[in-house]
Write a protein that binds this ligand. Structure first.
Ligand code: HEM
Length: 506
């Protein structure tokens, strides 16, 4: 009897505490549209135990039932999904609402608080220092690197001999080669040495971190730290950090030794050539080694955060974009034919024609195809912000502490925003067409925290797709449809299965 009384009193105390502490959040959240919630747990049970594909489907259903803005409660935690350009503008145009949502915290074990995950003064200073690394003169010299790795990619695809092939895996390895050489200045030959420890670790860590993100009981540190996944995560992170550390140390030593460079009193490496990257080949790492914040050189740890951020953000995104682009071309033979004709006009049929930034600028139709691909299949389907204060968003008041996810994926599929939204139509991006709202198409986000790698990504995607077009007539394996899932990156769960017929003219 006593025990029952203690139990009842404890429950009453808990409810009292819960509703006092979260009263304001719960009151405001109740006014936001969204699926019906249970007391205490909100919508947590509706998501628990679901696979990434099932989660994607659930969010798709909710975003169509409660369009523009959907509020999902995970216990007292308010998660707000935004798929309306006017509401998205509130977050994307703000200089203040730049804090990343809680989901990004899981990635800091690997990428630290680099450009993607940092906020406030740290982010601002880093953004300023890293921006020159994406100067067109630097990007210009990456074209050769992309070209070289794409040639290997084409050779890999040729081995399929017209049999069905899942292109997602080879595309990912090619993108890994590209990002390793451009970010760190080293050729890891991921496409040739597929068993490289570093490459395996990059692939495995991404999957592990995503398992944690989607498994609600693994989210709290005190539970996760006891799990076997955490042990494996630590092993992988050691491999990744040891690798990047070694590359940074070696590169710093090389630069110090180099007679073209000297050090100032703060150990900054001073480049005698003011015009950054104009004469020498520089990886992103070199630009960072030359950089300083408030007169102090970036430490090896600072640089590692940024190099690891590029490794994380700079290859899965472009792989997804390239793979879905090849799929769309394969699915639409008339669009493929037009893109192929453009590629042949620019590159010629001679296999020795080099690709340069100038030739890439001429690929107007291919650019429209890539943009349309990123509309229907944005590599980053949602990106998140944490709100530190209540935020007025159109007619809605979003409670302090909410995680807000802006979704280019759902925005692109909304029939009230796009005519015939599911139709793959590159003409939407022809120069004579105007977009109805500046934030209606945001695959690279927008505003202060937009994608710093946008131009890099477009160059890489153009080269890879142009060369694939030049060498192969692509078709989709009969009956194949990609099963899309949104992890942090949009992926096809069942790969991208194509049939590639080598073109005779090449
Ligand atoms: C198709 C390719 C890509 C897409 C669609 C894409 C998309 C995005 C989006 C939507 C964001 C904003 C994320 C957020 O607010 O949380 C972002 C940020 C970022 N992206 Fe990309 N990205 C791509 C390729 C790349 C590449 C190739 C790199 C590097 C080489 C890169 C580096 C970054 C970095 C460092 C940030 C953080 C910027 C900041 O917060 O200041 N991205 N990207």
């Amino acid at each position: 009897m006593d025990l029952l009384l203690i139990f009842i009193v404890s429950i009453c105390i808990f409810f009292g505490w819960y509703y006092t502490k979260f009263r304001e959040t719960l009151k405001l959240a109740a006014k936001l549209p969204g699926p019906p919630r249970l007391p205490l747990i909100g919508n947590a049970l509706m998501l628990a135990g679901k696979s990434p594909v099932q989660l994607h489907n659930t969010f798709t259903e909710w975003a169509s039932k409660w369009p523009r803005i959907t509020c999902i409660m995970l216990g007292p935690q308010c998660e707000v999904l935004i798929s309306d350009p006017k509401l998205a503008e509130v977050f994307l145009s703000s200089q203040k609402l730049i804090n990343k949502s809680d989901e990004y915290d899981f990635f800091t074990a690997w990428i630290g608080t680099g450009l993607l995950t940092s906020t406030g003064r740290k982010w601002f200073a880093r953004r300023k220092v890293i921006t020159p690394a994406f100067h067109f003169k630097i990007l210009d010299q990456f074209v050769d690197i992309f070209d070289k790795h794409t040639d290997i990619f084409i050779d890999v695809l040729k081995k399929s001999n017209g049999k069905p092939i899942d292109v997602f895996q080879p595309v990912t390895l090619c993108a890994l080669d590209n990002i390793c050489e451009t970010a760190m200045g080293i050729d890891i030959q991921a496409q040739i040495k597929t068993d490289s420890l570093y490459v395996q670790a990059v692939k495995e860590i991404t999957s592990l971190l995503i398992v944690r993100m989607f498994t609600f009981y693994l989210r709290p540190d005190f539970i996760y730290n006891l799990s076997s996944i955490k042990k494996r995560q630590d092993e992988l992170i050691k491999i990744l950090h040891d690798f990047t550390d070694k590359v940074i140390v070696n590169r710093r030593e090389e630069l110090i030794k180099s007679k073209n460079n000297n050090l100032d009193e703060n150990s900054n490496i001073i480049d005698e050539n003011e015009d950054i990257g104009a004469k020498k080949k520089m990886a992103f790492l070199d630009v960072l080694l030359h950089s300083s914040i408030e007169g102090k050189a970036l430490t090896n740890m600072d640089i590692r955060e940024e190099v690891d951020t590029f490794m994380f953000e700079g290859h899965d995104t472009t792989s997804s974009g390239i793979a879905f682009c090849l799929y769309n071309l394969a699915k639409h033979p008339e669009i493929q034919q037009r893109a192929y004709e453009e590629a042949i006009n620019i590159l010629g049929t001679d296999s020795s024609t080099p690709i340069t930034t100038t030739t890439l600028n001429d690929f107007n139709y291919l650019e429209m195809v890539i943009k349309e691909t990123l509309r229907l299949y944005p590599s980053v389907p949602m990106f998140g912000r944490k709100v530190q204060e209540h935020v007025q968003c159109g007619p809605y008041l979003i409670p302090k502490g909410s995680n807000v996810a802006v979704s280019p994926y759902f925005m692109s599929r909304d029939p009230t925003l796009w005519e015939d939204p599911l139709k793959f139509d590159p003409e939407r991006f022809s120069s004579d067409k105007q977009q109805s709202h500046p934030y209606i198409y945001v695959p690279f986000s927008a505003g202060p925290r937009n994608c710093i790698g946008q131009k890099f990504a477009m160059l890489e995607m153009k080269i890879t797709v142009a060369k694939a077009l030049k060498h192969f007539e692509m078709s989709v394996v009969p009956g194949f449809n990609p099963i899309v899932m949104s992890e942090l990156i949009l992926r096809p769960e069942n790969g991208i299965r194509l049939q590639l017929k080598e073109r005779k003219a090449v």
